[in-house]
Design a protein around this ligand. Structure first.
Ligand code: ZN
Length: 224
């Protein structure tokens, strides 16, 4: 069972993990894909958490992959669910916001894409979805678009953007998902990654940060 840590309140048992692909136009372009968001699911067992505050999350290599990419993302924790939510209801359903890294076995994903197969193996392996602690939405004083996110590997900045660059912003994402799925409290939503994705090699460490959220998430790939 995976429990998400929320600053200043009780931990929350994670439900379904929804994830958006291609929600930043520049990233869609770098992948040679249309700038039109797509949705996929990850098992709750893909979640991983820092063993202690400030410590790196250790990630084992996924079976059959030699190429794991980092995708830094804002992650929403839902405090309410439902179907057919309006934008305002979607916004109200967001209880907290955190940072996540959607680790992707890019070689397995490329193979799946070429064969028209699902992305489950490339996106759902154990540790594929490390997340930080979450900050209650009420504690944020910024509009969604003002929330920054960045990621560096070995100290070199690879990804840096703001939520203003999202094609669908968080309230719109939740409203859209609620037309396709029955959302529940505890569900998590990975909101897509900005441009600059790339490999994180054996023994390398990635650090995701958001100044607006006051969060940092460190991840280290195992040696092989
Ligand atoms: Zn992603």
């Amino acid at each position: 069972m995976s429990e998400v840590v929320v600053r200043g309140s009780a931990p929350v048992r994670a439900g379904t993990i929804y994830a958006l692909g291609r929600n930043y136009a520049e990233h869609a372009r770098e992948m040679g894909a249309p700038a039109e968001p797509v949705v996929f699911l990850m098992p709750a067992s893909a979640l991983a958490f820092a063993p202690a505050p400030g410590a790196a999350v250790e990630i084992a290599w996924p079976e059959g992959s030699a190429e794991v990419h980092h995708e830094v993302e804002l992650v929403l924790l839902l405090g309410a669910g439902g179907t057919g939510l309006t934008r305002a209801e979607g916004e109200a359903a967001i209880a907290a916001v955190g940072l996540g890294i959607d680790l992707t076995a890019r070689d397995l994903q490329a193979h799946a894409k070429a064969k028209g197969q699902p992305w489950a193996r490339s996106k759902g392996f154990p540790g594929a979805a490390p997340v930080s602690e979450f900050v209650p939405r009420d504690a944020l004083r910024l509009p969604w678009g003002g929330i920054d996110l960045s990621l560096a590997v070995g100290g070199a900045l690879r990804q840096s953007d703001r939520a203003a660059s999202m094609l669908l912003d968080p309230p719109a994402i939740v409203a859209q998902l609620s037309r396709w799925f029955a959302l529940e409290p505890g569900d998590l939503v990975f909101t897509g990654t900005p441009a600059g994705v790339g490999p994180i090699g054996p023994g390398e460490e990635a650090v995701a940060r958001s100044a607006a959220l006051g969060l940092e998430l460190r991840v280290r790939m195992a040696t092989r």
